[in-house]
Each structure stands twice: as C-alpha cells, then as structure tokens.
Ligand binder design. Structure first.
Ligand code: NAD
Length: 382
C-alpha cells in the first residue's frame, strides 16, 4: 500500500512556482490529527509565505511532536486533542486531518470557537453529522471548505465546462465509480470506530464529486444501495490482523434517482475480481462523454476523455487530450484557496452546501444496504 499511497500523494506536491506576499500579519494555523494526510497539509502550509503553523494535536501521545520534528517546524505548541488546542490557542484556521469518525466533532468545535476549517474528505460519516456541521458553520459565519483537491484539476474542471456548455444537451444518465483489483488500505481506514465507512467514503466520495459537481449537485430522491466486505474480512486476501478488525465496506454499488430525472449508477471498490468496474460516462440527449477510470481511484481522470455525438448525420468521436495543470500543485491550490477564503470571509472553495449532498448519497447507500431495499432521501434543513 505504501507505493500506491506515495503515488497518490506524489501528484499533489509540486513546487509552488510563484510566491506572493499576502498579508503583513501571519495566519495562525493549527493541525488536528498528525497522520498520513497531515503530511501534505504541513508541506503545503510551509510553502505559504503568510502562514505560521503554531499548534498541533493528536490523540496518540508524542505523535504530533514527532511529526513537527520530521517536517522541521519549530515553535509549535502540542495538545492531546482538538479541544485543548482550540481552547488554548488564538487560531485563525485549522486543518482537520483526523480519521472520518472524528471529523464532525473536531470541525464543529473549531467553528463554534470562531476558527475557519479545512476539513479532509469525506465530509464525515453520516448525514446527521453533516447537517450538524453545516448548522455550526452557518451559526459561526466562518469558512468551511472540504478537502477535495481534484476540484482544482484542469481535467476535472473541463468535465464541468463540457456539461455546463450544453454540449451534451440534457443529461439523463450517469455511470461513475472505479477502484482497484487489490488495494485495501490498512491502519485506521478499515475499522468502523475510526473510519465509519470504507471504500464508499474513502474513494467513492471523489467519484460522486466528479459527476455531481459537473451537473450542479442535484439532490438525490431515492437510493437502492449495496455494500460488501468479502475481501477485507477474508483470510485469503487480507492478513489475519487486518481481517479480524475489518468492519467497513470494501465494495459498494447503488442506483440513485436524482432531481431532474437523472439516473446515477455508481460502484466503487478497494478490491474485486476485475480490473475496473467501468469508466465514468455521462449521457446527454445531444452527446455522451466517456471519462476513463483509474485503478487507484483518487479523483483523477484516467486518460483522454471522448465525446460521442452526431455531426452532419454521421457519428463522430472527439478525443479531449489530458490537460497539464499549470502553477502550484493541486494540494497547494486546495490549501491556498481555503486560506484566501478565510482572509476574505468566503466564499468557500468547496462548500458544505454541495458536499452535504455527497454525504447524503453515501449515507443513503449505507442505510439502504442495511435495510436491503430502496429508500427515500431527505436532506435535513440547515
Ligand atoms: N485528500 C486526500 O488526498 C486524502 C488522502 C488520504 C486521506 N485523506 C483523509 O484524511 C483523513 C485522515 O487520513 P489519514 O490517512 O491521515 O489517517 P491517520 O489515521 O493516519 O491519521 C489520523 C490521525 O488523527 C488523530 N486523531 C483522531 N481524532 C483526533 C482528535 N479528536 N484530536 C486529535 N487527533 C485526532 C489520530 O490519532 C491519527 O493520528 C481521512 O478522513 C481520509 O479520508 C485524504
């Protein structure tokens, strides 16, 4: 997994090409949870000239101290949890880099104490938590951005531009998802008490964001969901120490009816007996778009996209080459856009008003799968 992990993060760590001075007063940042993804946050914050990382918290004694030592950041105060850190520091911003199960409590506590929050994906575990987060954000007037760095990828933006240009006509069917033949992470990702949800939350949230953001995040109406854990729990495919504590999904699929008569057909896997569960396709009345899948589904476009349409009575295919991203890496863009929104009092680059819909679908898939039938989805009032 280490190699796959490095591959995923490697693409987010390009150098900032141009440095600007943004403010005379430094933005005081704290990091909650100093695990794997926090490494990308600290490296990116270090590249921002107007940021001072002043505090870090982790539940595991000594972990935050070792983390800051590794990244050679000095003058940081350390705390045993998010509460002590927020109670004792005058912070402008925090990155919530904890496992999914504590996303909601850390984010809500920070917002209630007037701190802007960059919250790692997925937003949280349940729709109820997502609604509580949105209520805390609304009450606080602070900025909350959810950590979907693929939003800053020019190829992802191209998908949205194509849909919004009207080139596809009215969209009526979408297939999305992806995953890998073998690629179950371990650590905190495989236990319900820390991750809450498995492949569905880890990589499923990206596929959902790719297509839902492109079509303007319509609300889900009904969901028929399925999830399984055959590989994670199997001694044939997992080490005994992992199989014994595996308590989340490693595969999920769903048939989702969205507002506007759009059907969303979704499947995601950390492990399966096939190379890919299919490309992403968006079908419209005028044209269709194919977005190649990747094996390690982390929110990237797997290759040149193809647009299928009729022209002068003939069926034509237009290949859309991969666009090379310019400027800072995607992770730096995610961090910078959050900092800029915090300085300016908004708007949020990746707003909770959209991602609550992503969470409602994930939650709906879990609830429908547990009940074994289709369910109606209601997004809570904020
Ligand atoms: N954006 C991306 O590309 C990306 C990539 C990987 C992971 N993630 C997300 O980042 C999150 C963390 O993943 P990870 O791999 O770093 O996990 P991890 O288990 O390595 O690290 C999480 C850390 O949070 C700490 N923690 C939990 N609750 C806490 C609290 N209340 N106060 C202080 N510390 C607390 C834990 O002790 C642990 O050290 C997950 O939600 C994951 O989905 C995002």
């Amino acid at each position: 997994m280490a190699n796959a992990a490095d591959k995923v993060l490697g693409q987010f760590t390009q150098e900032v090409e141009e440095k600007k001075v943004y403010a005379s007063k430094k933005i005081k940042v704290g990091i909650i949870g100093t695990g794997w993804i926090a490494e990308s946050h600290i490296q990116s914050y270090k590249r921002q000239p107007d940021v001072e990382v002043v505090a870090a918290a982790d539940l595991i004694p000594g972990k935050a101290e070792a983390f800051m030592k590794k990244f050679e950041v000095e003058g940081v105060n350390f705390y045993p949890s998010h509460k002590e850190m927020i109670d004792n520091e005058e912070l402008d911003c925090v990155s919530v880099c904890t496992y999914n199960a504590t996303h909601a409590e850390c984010t809500i506590y920070a917002l209630e104490h007037g701190v802007n929050v960059l919250l790692e994906k997925p937003m949280c575990v349940t729709i109820e938590e997502a609604a509580d987060i949105c209520r805390a954000e609304k009450k606080s007037g602070k900025v909350l951005s959810i950590g979907f760095q693929p939003r800053f990828d020019a190829n992802m933006q191209m998908i949205k531009k194509i849909v919004q240009s009207g080139a596809l006509g009215e969209v009526y069917y979408i297939q999305t998802g992806g995953g890998r033949r073998r690629g179950i992470p371990n650590s905190t990702f495989i236990e319900k008490k820390t991750a809450g949800i498995g492949a569905l939350g880890d990589i499923g949230c990206y596929s959902l964001d790719m297509v839902l953001n492109a079509i303007g995040y319509p609300k889900p109406l009904t969901i028929s969901g399925y999830k399984s854990d055959f590989f994670g729990k199997s001694l044939e495919y997992s080490l005994p120490e992992n199989a014994n504590r595996f308590s989340v999904d490693d595969f999920a699929a769903a048939f989702i009816r969205l507002e506007g008569g759009i059907i969303l057909d979704f499947r995601i896997a950390w492990a399966m007996h096939i190379d890919t569960p299919g490309d992403t396709i968006i079908l419209g009345k005028k044209a269709g778009l194919r977005i190649p899948s990747t094996d390690c589904w982390n929110g990237t476009v797997g290759g040149p996209m193809t647009l299928y349409t009729d022209l002068a009575g003939e069926r034509v295919e237009t290949v859309i080459p991969i666009i090379q991203n310019k400027g800072p890496g995607l992770f730096d863009k995610k961090i910078r856009s959050f900092l800029d929104a915090s300085i300016n009092g908004g708007p949020s680059p990746v707003p909770s008003s959209q991602i609550i819909i992503n969470q409602a679908i994930i939650d709906g898939i879990c609830k429908s799968a547990e009940l074994g039938r289709e369910i109606e989805i209601k997004i809570p009032k904020i």
